[in-house]
Ligand binder design. Structure first.
Ligand SMILES: Cc1ncc(C[n+]2csc(CCOP(=O)(O)OP(=O)(O)O)c2C)c(N)n1
Ligand SMILES: [Mg+2]
Length: 431
């Protein structure tokens, strides 16, 4: 795609002149490139925006006030992990420590699950390394009654909404203690008690579902905000656009998060936007879009709290672009060294969210390096015990598993007659 109509016209004209005999023109589509490829030195520039550069208006402000935020970057923690500026949510050290512990637990859990997959004890795994703050800070900023439609890298929400690491390990194995009864891929969690709705394997379906649920919440007078998350690559799907159009028209209480972690498997995010901000798309739909430093726990918390307040005060939807970096491979089926420099993540200007929050807590006098080291050791020990216990409920290779007739459960409130017949047939075969 050329940058302007005039350029397009010029490019087409010169292409047709050089190849004019059959009346066809040379292709002149612009195919966006990734900034660095394997063997190249990563060249990320530092974030030009600093905490304090963007004002924090009242959440009911007209969306046009947020235009600078859609193309800028909401930050609270600076490069030395000191907090400042109007977006500083001023949350207490206790909440920050809770967030830190959840992120550390998720990072250890991810690394243990990856090992289990390599050992043949899990079929598949997806980690959220370096983007743990996106879900952790948002989950803590929302009300426990708010309804969540996450994607597959927001499993920190599970811990925040009362699930345990044991629940999560059993889901990944798909054993008899898995609440999805082995019918979902690993990491495709759901948690009814915690108001977390399961995702589907086709990416992006959660956005229209979440907007529909937010419309229902408003219609039935439930004081509930709905939040959903999808990735940069998924934001190029129709589902994203259907959802934001419905959100724009009906203005339900929804927070739509695009987690821009720079990559969609091997496809750089420039392919999804042509290089432009995802947050800026909200402008065309008449609601606010904010781009947020997704590795800054405080900025994610503050932006989510702002959007939730806007939704609760009947201000309608907000689009949040969480600007972050996918620290690991896409999944256990992926080898990122084929398409990006192996050390690209080390150069990410947003740094590591765990390290930044840890440093911030140390500045506040609420945490020490020694405490952090023992947190790491305790967490690693806990996860060893969790995995051991999880496998007492069944291993992936040996079982036991839930009985096959459970495939008929939990989809319909009342099983339709044709499925009842199939279930009876199956049970008859077992007799
Ligand atoms: C409709 C659909 N197309 C393709 C896939 C395969 N697929 C799974 S994840 C993924 C990449 C998604 O990237 P992004 O939205 O950036 O999320 P991320 O994995 O980076 O968190 C693709 C192409 C799928 N699951 N569903
Ligand atoms: Mg992505």
């Amino acid at each position: 795609m050329a940058d302007s109509q005039a350029e397009l016209h010029k490019a087409r004209e010169s292409a047709s002149q050089s190849n004019g005999q059959d009346g066809k023109t040379e292709p002149c589509l612009r195919v966006p490139e990734a900034p660095h490829r394997p063997g190249e030195e990563p060249r990320f520039s530092r974030f030009s925006q600093q905490p304090g550069d963007l004002h924090r208006p009242d959440p009911l402000v007209d969306y046009t006030e947020l235009r600078p935020h859609a193309n800028g970057l909401v930050r609270v923690l600076d490069d030395e992990a000191h907090a400042s500026g109007p977006w500083n949510p001023e949350i207490d050290a206790e909440t920050l420590l809770e967030g830190l512990k959840i992120m550390v637990r998720i990072r250890h859990f991810d690394s243990r699950m990856l090992t289990m997959q390599r050992q043949g004890r899990l079929s598949f795994y997806l980690e959220s390394k370096m983007e743990e703050a996106v879900a952790t800070a948002a989950g803590l900023a929302l009300h426990p009654d708010d309804l969540l439609f996450p994607s597959y890298r927001q499993h920190a929400l599970m811990l925040i909404r009362g699930a345990t690491l044991l629940d999560m390990a059993c889901q990944c194995i798909g054993n008899t203690r898995d609440n999805a009864k082995g019918r979902q891929m690993p990491v495709h969690y759901s948690w009814r008690q915690g108001k977390i709705v399961s995702i589907s394997s086709p990416v992006g379906t959660q956005f229209p579902q979440a907007v529909g649920a937010a419309m229902a919440a408003d219609y039935f007078g439930r004081p509930q905000v709905v939040a959903s998350w999808l990735g940069d690559g998924t934001a190029a799907q129709g589902d994203f656009h259907y959802a934001i159009n419905f959100a724009s028209v009906y203005r339900p209480p929804i927070i739509l998060n695009v987690v821009n972690n720079q990559w969609a498997i091997s496809t750089h995010r420039n392919i999804a936007t042509g290089g432009r901000s995802f947050a800026a798309r909200a402008d065309a739909y008449g609601f606010p879009g904010l781009r947020v430093d997704g590795n800054d726990f405080l900025a994610v918390y503050a932006a989510t709290a702002w959007a939730a307040e806007r939704a609760r005060r009947h201000g309608g939807p907000t689009l949040l672009e969480m600007y972050t970096y996918r620290g690991g491979a896409h999944s256990t089926n992926d080898d990122p060294s084929r398409y990006r420099p192996a050390d690209e993540g080390r150069f990410w200007p947003g740094g590591d969210p765990v390290e930044r929050l840890k440093q911030h807590l140390i500045h506040l006098g609420a945490w020490t390096e020694e405490q952090h080291e023992s947190l790491n050791q305790d967490t690693a020990r806990t996860i060893t015990e969790v995995v051991k216990e999880a496998e007492t409920y069944g291993t992936m290779n040996e079982g036991p598993y839930d009985p096959p007739e459970t495939i008929f459960d939990d989809v319909y409130e009342e099983l339709p007659p044709h499925l009842k017949r199939q279930r009876d047939e199956l049970l008859g075969e077992q007799d």
